[in-house]
Design a protein. Structure first.
Length: 591
């Protein structure tokens, strides 16, 4: 009854060369960024050995106001080293300014003129000193390019490694647990999705929404526009993005403050006309009203109203929900497979009267029955005193709501990511600065997203289908035996124009080829129980299932299965069809 499937090794030189070129891009990009970031990290580590020396801030201010909105904190400080009076203006290694006045001003506030501070001097070159040695947490960012390095190097290794002939045999022919590491890979991937999404949402989105809500109570304050312009940036995929940059000045208790925070969202997007309209409405030198934090006069925002861009802050939640769902689902699956492998290991390590099953003594010591090791249901799976007796109301393997949920999750994940770029493309069309490359690039991704949404709509409509109610005369049927089945379709059964009920026996075998796992399915038995268009038989009916004795009973091991299922299909015109699947337990002959 078994079947054999052979696979090609796919190890041609041409395919290996293409894979190598593909993964070389990942490897080269990863190594480049890893090297650049590692150099900066090494510099920060070396500065940890520089001695701390008292210093005095001589001059402090924000300089570099220009039409392109570039600002830099300028701090000059004086210190002594071995009797020599020295000066320096380096705040921290690599600092060259910022496009935000607020960032530059925060450094000036940390080192005001006339204040005493501490600097760190290079003993090998005393004229080299810094006020801020930076944080070694910067080293965690190295994990990002190292992921590309791992993908590139791993892909090249897998493309050229020699595969042993046994890699083409079913996994079940190898030692249990050989795929233990691979089954935890998706768990780790979804864990990364969850952690990244949660980290971004907590670090950036929650503070943004908290500031937006708190700003409703901030104090309206007259201000003067110092700089008003549209800043441009070289965007991804060859486009250009823009943002409103307004530097404004206001006074609190006789002290003047400057800020350039326009909204809490920040960032840039395509479409220059909309930003230009805001800048034209607030030219330099004009008066306006900004909103300052009463608890901190340095904290202010120019526009505290709602912006549609704030919805983009919900995108990380797609990673959080998708990561959590995938992590839980694959963890449960991995634990179930591990339990099955343990039972299989007990069976293979113990001698017994039947091939593949341990002895009675070994089963008693392991607490495992031969029925469980063979993949059959245990007596404990049924109600005491009833064993396999009926009648039994059958439940579908997967509910319509679960089908909708499984389709809705990837649809939200996919469209949530794509919508961010679609919004940028649409905005470019509306504002007349069309991002052609981005628009063409997004077409296939939008099509996939639409297909997912249509599928969600299909399964949503299927929720309102009439639900068949099936009753079996017993909880299991032996080979060569029979099982009585009755059905009833309450509600609008008249919508169903044709009802088909069949039972299928299916063999599933899992194979490992390199890093991929393939499951082949073969239907070895198909038994038709009903095929009717009669409204009376559709609403209520009965049939008898007779299982031939020469077939295989229900069986389940970590990598091979014999599955028996009952399928109910109801055709409905201009509406999603009824499609339900139920599991059936088929016992060996004699039950």
């Amino acid at each position: 009854m078994g079947f054999t499937v052979k696979f090609g090794d796919g190890s041609g030189t041409a395919s290996k060369g293409c894979l190598t070129l593909f993964f070389l891009v990942f490897l080269a990009a990863g190594l480049l960024f890893t090297g650049l970031m590692a150099m900066e990290l090494v510099q920060q580590v070396r500065q940890r050995d520089w001695p701390a020396v008292p210093c005095t801030i001589v001059r402090s201010g924000v300089g570099g106001e220009s039409t392109d909105g570039s600002y830099a904190a300028s701090v000059e400080y004086r210190y002594e080293w071995q009797g020599r009076a020295l000066t320096s203006s380096v705040i921290k290694t690599g600092y060259s300014g910022s496009e935000s006045w607020n960032d530059a001003q925060s450094l000036v506030d940390a080192y005001p003129a006339g204040a005493a501070s501490t600097c760190y001097v290079n003993p090998a070159n005393p004229v080299e000193a810094v006020l801020d040695r930076g944080s070694l947490w910067f080293g965690l960012i190295l994990l990002i390019p190292l992921i590309f390095v791992a993908i590139g190097a791993g892909g090249i290794w897998f493309a050229w490694r020699k595969r042993r002939p046994e890699a083409e045999r079913p996994i079940s022919s190898r030692a249990p647990g050989s795929g233990a590491a691979a089954r935890w890979v998706p768990v780790a991937v979804f864990a990364v999705f969850f952690l990244v999404g949660a980290g971004v949402f907590v670090a950036f989105c929650i503070p943004m929404y908290a500031n937006y809500l708190a700003a409703r109570d901030w104090t309206p304050t007259p201000c003067t526009i110092i700089v008003s312009e549209v800043q441009s940036h070289s965007g991804s995929k060859g486009g250009t993005t823009y943002n409103v940059h307004i530097l404004y000045e206001y006074e609190v208790a006789g002290k003047t403050y400057r800020r350039d925070r326009y909204t809490f969202m920040g960032g840039s997007s395509s479409g220059r006309e909309g930003k230009a309209a805001v800048v034209d409405a607030h030219p330099a030198g004009s008066k306006a009203v900004c909103y300052r934090n009463p608890a901190n006069p340095r904290d202010a925002v120019f526009d505290r109203g709602w912006q549609w861009e704030y919805l983009l802050g919900l995108i990380p939640l797609v990673f959080v929900l998708g990561g959590a769902g995938g992590f839980i689902g694959f963890t449960r699956k991995a634990l179930r497979e591990k339990a099955r492998e343990w039972r299989q290991a007990v069976a293979q390590a113990s001698a017994g009267p039947a091939p593949g099953l341990p002895s009675d003594a070994a089963r008693r010591s392991a607490g495992t029955s031969s029925r469980e090791l063979a993949g059959l249901p245990k007596a404990a799976d049924f109600e005491p005193g009833r064993a396999f007796e009926g009648p039994v109301e059958m439940k579908p393997s997967v509910s319509p709501g679960f089908k909708l949920g499984c389709m809705l999750l990837p649809a939200l994940f996919w469209n949530g990511i794509v919508s961010m770029f679609v919004a940028e493309a649409v905005d470019s069309w509306v504002k007349g600065d069309t991002a052609w490359f981005l628009t063409i690039f997004l077409i296939p991704f939008v099509v996939v997203g639409l297909v997912l949404l249509v599928a969600c709509g299909y399964f949503f409509l299927a929720l309102f289908n009439p639900r068949p109610q099936l009753t079996a005369s017993a909880r299991a049927v032996p080979l060569g035996g029979s099982l009585d089945l009755s059905w009833k379709i309450p509600g609008l059964a008249s919508r169903i124009k044709r009802l088909r009920i069949r039972v299928e026996g299916r063999e599933e075998a899992t194979y490992r080829r390199g890093t991929s796992t393939t499951t082949d399915k073969h239907v070895f038995a198909r038994i038709v129980l009903a095929d009717t268009r009669s409204p009376f038989e559709i609403r209520n009916g009965r049939a008898t299932l007779r299982v031939p004795g020469g077939l295989m009973h229900t069986f389940e091991s970590p990598n091979n299965k014999i599955v028996w299922t009952l399928h109910v299909a109801g055709e409905i015109e201009r509406w999603p069809d009824v499609s339900e699947e139920y599991s059936i337990v088929v016992l060996p002959a004699g039950g």
